[in-house]
Design a protein around this ligand. Structure first.
Ligand code: FMN
Length: 378
């Protein structure tokens, strides 16, 4: 029997209808201003991403307080002075017909400044973060809720809590970064307590129909890190709390450049197997999968085989913002693929420069570099 294509069929998250199954998963590109406000560069970028035809744009990780910042160019949502820019950002995305979510994050031990807080004093490089006190924990939960309420007021359609990439929420769940002996550390139930309290507090404070999604770390891909067997019961707890979707990912900043992640990352749809396991356990919870989904055929196969409900594109959409329109046949040109052996976007943001893509055409790249006052992308 011939199956009907799914990629361009609608899907519901809570009361919201996504016009197709394509989402942009968050991608920090270093485009915000150094004070955490929205820049013109960022507005232009998200306008382009929203114009792509993706149903839902999830804006990059955004800081919930001053100790949450993973980079000096991270967007912020911890004060009303960020409201004007955030409101403009949601408007720009809506004007192109996409839904706008935004990801909230605390970088914990991955913060960029030397004074860092974390579940435990587990060193990162030569920095030893401060173990969070009960007061720090309570204040951080409050910061997450205040930021969530603020982005809702700014006009976003939903919020995503960043439980991936080894940031603070994941640091609590991980046995390698959470060595606490109080009620927030120990067995999985205790390690999961802090992120679940954040989820409960955010859901309690935002409007009933305001979706709260979760970037979900299925495995740290490190020998002593969080493994799938422990992540799954945590996913079940998140679903019980009323999370609106799980955006499944693997790996942290400590595993991205190591095996097995490094090789896996070059393969199309490399995280779909993890999403599938989550989907099998939680058939009622919407699941997003990302990970070098370069071709509409692979995207369609993931949906047909019910590994996930939604396809996430990050670098893939950055390399070719016409991907959804080309996939739908509205534009006949071939899709321009993100090059698996290139990491220019990553290299640039690590060097604290705005990301560019090696696949952009020459004139576009030159115009972009000129705009940011550079003559070459090295
Ligand atoms: C430059 C860059 C920045 C990223 N920033 C974020 C982020 O802010 N939040 C997040 O959850 N994931 C982030 N990701 C991960 C992506 O959302 C995505 O899961 C991953 O890149 C795989 O999808 P892709 O192959 O389409 O890029 C980032 C990835 C890259 C390469």
């Amino acid at each position: 029997m011939e199956h009907q294509p799914v990629l361009f069929t609608p899907f519901k998250i809570g009361g919201l209808t996504l016009v197709n199954r394509i989402t942009m998963t968050p991608a920090y590109l270093g485009y915000a201003n150094s004070d955490g406000t929205v820049s013109d560069l960022l507005l232009t970028h998200y306008g382009t991403m929203a114009r792509s035809g993706a149903a839902l744009i999830v804006v990059e990780n955004t800081g919930i307080n001053s100790s949450a910042l993973g980079s000096p160019f991270m967007l912020r949502a911890d004060d009303d002075r960020y409201m004007e820019g955030l409101t403009e950002l949601a408007k720009v995305i809506h004007a192109e017909g996409a839904l706008a979510f935004i990801q909230l994050n605390h970088a914990g031990r991955y913060a960029f400044m030397p004074e860092r807080v974390a579940p435990s004093a587990v060193p990162i490089g030569n920095v030893v973060p401060k173990e969070m006190t009960m007061q720090d924990i309570d204040e951080t939960i409050l910061s997450f809720t205040k930021a969530a309420v603020r982005v809702q007021r700014a006009g976003f359609d939903g919020v995503e809590l960043h439980g991936g990439t080894g940031y603070l929420l994941a640091q609590f769940v991980s046995p390698r970064t959470n060595k606490r002996t109080d009620s927030y550390g120990g067995d999985l139930e205790k390690r999961a307590r802090f992120p679940l309290e954040v989820v409960d507090a955010v859901i309690a404070k935002v409007a009933k129909d305001f979706p709260v999604g979760y970037r979900f770390l299925a495995s740290e891909c490190l020998p002593d890190g969080l493994i799938l067997d422990e992540a799954i019961p945590f996913a079940e707890d998140l679903a019980k709390r009323g999370i609106s979707y799980l955006s499944v990912m693997v790996g942290t900043h400590e595993s991205f450049s190591l095996e097995p992640y490094f090789s896996m990352d070059k393969t199309e749809g490399f995280m779909a197997g993890y999403a599938e396991i989550v989907k099998r356990v939680l058939p009622e919870t919407p699941v997003i999968t990302a990970g070098r989904i370069q071709s509409p055929e692979v995207a369609e196969a993931i949906l047909q085989t019910e590994k996930a409900d939604l396809i996430g594109l990050a670098r893939v959409l950055f390399a070719d913002p016409l991907w959804p329109k080309k996939a739908q046949g509205l534009i006949k040109d071939p899709i321009i693929h993100c090059n698996p052996s290139c990491s220019l976007c990553m290299k640039r943001i690590m060097a604290r420069k705005p990301a560019v893509c090696s696949q952009w055409d020459k004139s576009f790249r030159e115009a972009f570099l000129k705009k940011i006052g550079e003559s070459s992308d090295n």
